[in-house]
Write a protein that binds this ligand. Structure first.
Ligand code: ADP
Ligand code: MG
Length: 503
């Protein structure tokens, strides 16, 4: 990862303030390289894997260039699905939260024209649309692009895959000639490269390559999981894994604190480790981990750099890393000094393509992680409860406690076994979850199917009721993306300039 901070990039102060408020610690590689170029007004062709922060890579610099006072459309982003349109629009409103009077408008199929028309009339500086619906508005004259400063094709390979390439070209042709253009994609297949050659003249190319390294003594596991189930999965992993010390990686500073609090509430001895802590606090946390005063640390990549604690037996990648380099660094926190280590990666459906990338980068396969079945988990909890209970049978206070209980049993005419049950229930009240009474539910595991086409541009029947905007992620991206980077540009046309984007 780069050493740059967001403050070094020359973003508009209002935008920078919003980014700091969100809690991003530092720019991801694609962001570090794209932001200065887009701020400079360059056209850009950006390739980086899913989940590497491409949205902010264009949203932050382009927002920094808009005229806050002008209310007309200045930025247009095209996305393949309405879920993505909503998601990107929400990202824009987050990053523009400190810009007064800012408006962003998602437009997509499956939603009535009328509210969109009204909103378009009111004016929005940023429009995020699916190609089909955007083209419809253009043709009806309800959307005008003559004031456009920048245009972004987001997830271009996906738009190609879904058959939107002609619509995209038609929209491109309707944008002003001096409009800045950027194309972001996880892969760069031939047809996309052709579009880029035609419409993104002199585009600078930024490509985040993933390196290959070998990792010796750490066994890597992967657990596909729905985003909203990650915490449940994590607590089960921590429950069944026989770890000495564990480091959990997340993306933001805020998340380190939040997750540490949640785990602490579940009885773990845990501390956050992030860049907001001062040097002394960070050293203290590492010291606590070394000495066994803490068993779990929830860290960001930056804060855990170089961390050397031989006790760490497990690395849990709660959030996927930004690049393979970060991943290799993360899992290198375990398996130290010749010991065995275990690394577990949680991937949501839309991040699934990371699997192949990381396998390639580390030159070793990932095994699929098996969460315990509810029956096994229940059995384990009962055994643990029993074992713990039996240790108290030898407690020095035990005989006196029995005397007390015998008295109570006699006076109330109940069996002493009933009192044992009552005591256990009391304990459960004081420490919820201490008593294993109910078999836990199974966690739903995403199926390996590709994303369906039911969420496309409204050309097929949509769910009734429309989509309520909210910070909800769209359905998963499904299986791995089609491989291959596309052929090199055909002769005759000028290839895009290439920056030294190798990392
Ligand atoms: P992509 O478009 O490359 O698939 P996204 O733009 O959707 O990736 O970003 C993936 C996630 O990473 C989002 O939840 C976003 O909020 C988060 N994110 C983006 N940039 C950063 C950053 N610099 N630090 C921490 N989290 C980030
Ligand atoms: Mg994206």
């Amino acid at each position: 990862m780069s050493e740059l901070s967001f403050a070094d990039l020359g973003l508009d102060p209002a935008v920078l303030e919003a980014v700091v408020a969100v809690g991003y610690e530092k720019p991801s590689p694609i962001q570090a390289q794209s932001i200065p170029l887009l701020l400079n007004g360059d056209n850009l062709l950006g390739t980086a894997q899913t989940g590497t922060g491409k949205t902010a890579a264009f949203a932050l610099p382009l927002l920094s260039r808009i005229d806050h006072k002008a209310k007309e459309a200045q930025i247009l982003v095209l996305t393949p699905t309405r879920e993505l349109a909503i998601q990107v629009a929400e990202a824009f409103s987050t990053y523009a939260s400190k810009i007064r009077g800012f408006q962003v408008l998602p437009i997509y199929g499956g939603q009535d024209f009328y509210p969109q028309l009204k909103a378009l009339k009111r004016g929005a500086q940023v429009i995020v649309g699916t190609p089909g619906r955007t083209l419809d508005h253009l043709r009806r004259g309800t959307l005008k692009l003559d004031t456009l400063k920048s245009l972004v094709l987001d997830e271009a390979d996906e738009m190609l895959r879904m058959g939107f390439i002609d619509d995209v070209e038609a929209i491109l042709a309707a944008t002003p000639a001096n409009c800045q253009r950027a194309l972001f994609s996880a892969t760069m297949p031939g047809p996309i490269r052709k579009v880029a050659q035609t419409y993104l003249s002199n585009a600078v190319e930024v490509k985040i390559e993933n390196q290959t390294k070998t990792v010796a003594r750490t066994t890597q596991y992967v657990l596909p999981i729905y985003a909203e189930r990650k915490l449940d999965a994590l607590t089960r992993i921590l429950e069944v894994e026989p770890f000495d010390a564990t480091i959990i990686f997340v993306r933001t500073k805020a998340e380190t604190t939040l997750l540490a609090e949640k785990l602490s509430a579940r009885g773990h001895s845990v501390a956050p480790l992030n860049g907001d802590l001062n040097q002394r606090q960070r050293e203290q946390t590492v010291e606590d981990l070394k000495r066994g005063k803490k068993d779990i640390v929830v860290a960001t990549d930056v804060a855990a750099r170089g961390l050397d604690v031989p006790r760490i037996t497990h690395v849990i990648n709660y959030d996927v890393p930004y690049d393979t380099e970060a991943y290799i660094h993360r899992i290198g926190r375990t398996g130290r000094a010749g010991r065995e280590g275990k690394a577990i990666l949680l991937v949501t459906p839309r991040e699934r393509s990371w699997l192949r990338t990381l396998e390639r980068a580390t030159n070793s396969p990932m095994e699929s992680y098996q969460l315990p079945s509810p029956v096994d988990l229940q059995k384990m909890r009962e055994e643990q409860f029993e074992a713990q209970l039996m240790t108290f049978a030898e407690d020095g206070k035990q005989p006196k406690a029995v005397e007390l209980l015998n008295g109570i049993a006699e006076r109330n005419n109940v069996d002493i076994a009933v009192l044992a049950g009552a005591l256990a229930c009391w304990m459960e009240t004081a420490q919820p979850g201490a008593l294993p009474l109910e078999q836990p539910a199974a966690l739903p595991i995403p199926s390996p199917e590709r994303r369906g086409r039911d969420n496309n541009d409204g050309r097929r029947p949509n769910r009734p009721g429309g989509h309520k905007p909210g910070f909800k992620k769209g359905p998963g991206k499904g299986g791995p993306r089609p491989g291959g980077r596309g052929k090199p540009p055909a002769g005759g046309k000028r290839p895009p300039r290439q920056t030294d984007a190798k990392r």
